[in-house]
Design a protein around this ligand. Structure first.
Ligand SMILES: [Zn+2]
Length: 121
């Protein structure tokens, strides 16, 4: 399913649109379950836009073959609208890939959590 914002692959926590917007490719720790996942953003957005462009070209060719009298300006305008919509929806193509946590990282996360609890007291 393309039109769904990414969720944590471990616990299913949903991330906000604005959070995803600010995220960069790389490793992230879920704020809910503290588990690790890799953000796949750049490549997914690129593939998503490329797929939309490819479908548009196919649609344009189809229209041109079946109705050669089509208004080119109207067609270009509708293409632009589709690309603009795809651009607005680009963060919906971002995905989180689960990553394994090493033992030393587990320890570090545990220590960090304990520190947070201590600070609260
Ligand atoms: Zn999680």
């Amino acid at each position: 399913m393309i039109f769904k914002l990414p969720v944590c692959p471990h616990c299913g926590t949903a991330y906000q649109y604005n959070e995803i917007k600010q995220m960069k490719d790389g490793i992230e720790y879920c704020y809910h379950c503290k588990k690790k996942f890799r953000i796949r953003k750049k490549v997914n957005i690129l593939l998503f836009i490329a797929a939309v462009c490819f479908l548009l070209i196919c649609a344009d060719l189809f229209v041109m073959v079946w109705s050669p009298s089509v208004n080119i300006v109207a067609m270009a305008a509708s293409n632009f609208v589709v690309i603009a919509a795809a651009w607005l929806l680009r963060f919906f193509s971002v995905r989180f890939i689960p990553e394994k946590i090493t033992k030393s990282e587990k320890k570090r996360i545990k220590e960090a959590n304990e520190k947070i609890h201590k600070d609260k007291k």
